[in-house]
Design a protein around this ligand. Structure first.
Ligand SMILES: NC(=O)c1ccc[n+]([C@@H]2O[C@H](COP(=O)([O-])OP(=O)(O)OC[C@H]3O[C@@H](n4cnc5c(N)ncnc54)[C@H](O)[C@@H]3O)[C@@H](O)[C@H]2O)c1
Length: 267
């Protein structure tokens, strides 16, 4: 299977790349905004990325998914590596911080409610919605030609809970859910499944970096390591990705998979 994972040089995307590239018949392309993204929050991500790209079945392509020329260039490289056959796309790029191409780093916005500055609102919204929208607009025509495909979008538990302090992020992730449903219906006749995973708090380097900038209830769960209402590990989410892109999951399309150890219902 030929798989593209966006924003995958660290965190959840990197974990998906690790698990999916363990299957030898899979070929995985990681994309990310810049080389500095992988070490922005932890050296461990950088070390794992280095290991993965040494594997025969893993490639990496850099570019900003919010810049048209970059997106065109990324697609060109992907088509070349995959010989025009793209089976699976995991639209993982995002995150609840503003960031930029130079350092791919960021903190949570100081004003993060409905009074957030328009500049920061747009930055976070584009990072979480437009990255998928811009990329899939170019990818879907290639997938349609093969009359097969699986697309996974990444929402968040914040998309379905009232998050007054994650204003732009929760609106962007809610848009991802609506977008997933529209795509799923429009792509039925092309045999392309589109599903959305909404993770709850998950222990990635970015999440840990922003922990003390978060609400009390999110800070509390970090101490709970067993049972429900605990924080997820990246591999918990990667296992769901692995299932949803498999033949066993052909029956699902246009669906939302809330993966949060009960975080959204247990408050
Ligand atoms: N970790 C969590 O608790 C959690 C919870 C719910 C949802 N999510 C979602 O899961 C995904 C991964 O989260 P993570 O914690 O690994 O975050 P992360 O910030 O470590 O990973 C996001 C990646 O996207 C890349 N990216 C951002 N803007 C980009 C752009 N314009 N072009 C290309 N790449 C770009 C970043 O460089 C980064 O590598 C995100 O969409 C996030 O919103 C995470």
């Amino acid at each position: 299977m030929n798989i593209v994972i966006t924003g995958a040089s660290r965190g959840l995307g990197l974990s998906h790349a690790k698990i999916l590239s363990n299957i030898n018949s899979n070929k995985v392309i990681i994309t990310d905004i810049s080389k500095s993204a992988s070490s922005a929050f932890s050296q461990n991500d950088k070390i794992l990325l280095k290991k993965l790209i040494l594997k025969k079945n893993v490639d990496i392509v850099y570019g900003d998914l919010n810049k048209n020329t970059d997106v065109v260039n990324i697609l060109k490289k992907i088509k070349k590596i995959f010989n025009d056959k793209i089976d699976t796309v995991i639209c993982n790029a995002g995150g609840d911080i503003p960031g930029n191409k130079l350092n791919a780093f960021g903190n949570k916005s100081k004003k993060n409610d409905y009074m957030i500055s328009t500049k920061q609102f747009n930055n976070i919204f584009k990072r979480n919605f437009n990255t998928s929208f811009n990329f899939l607009k170019l990818i879907i025509p290639v997938m349609k030609k093969n009359n097969y495909g699986k697309i996974i979008t990444i929402g968040s538990v914040n998309a379905i809970t009232d998050q007054s302090n994650e204003f732009s992020y929760s609106i962007a992730k809610n848009s991802i859910i609506h977008y997933t449903k529209i795509l799923a219906r429009d792509l039925l006749k092309f045999n392309i499944n589109v599903n959305c995973i909404c993770p709850g708090p998950t222990m990635t380097s970015r999440f840990m970096h922003t922990l003390n900038q978060r609400k009390k209830e999110e800070q509390k769960i970090i101490n709970k390591i067993k049972g429900l209402q605990r924080i997820a590990k990246p591999e918990d989410i990667s296992k769901i990705v692995k299932f949803l892109i498999s033949k066993e999951a052909d029956i699902f399309t246009g669906q939302l998979f809330i993966a949060d150890y009960g975080f959204s219902i247990g408050r």
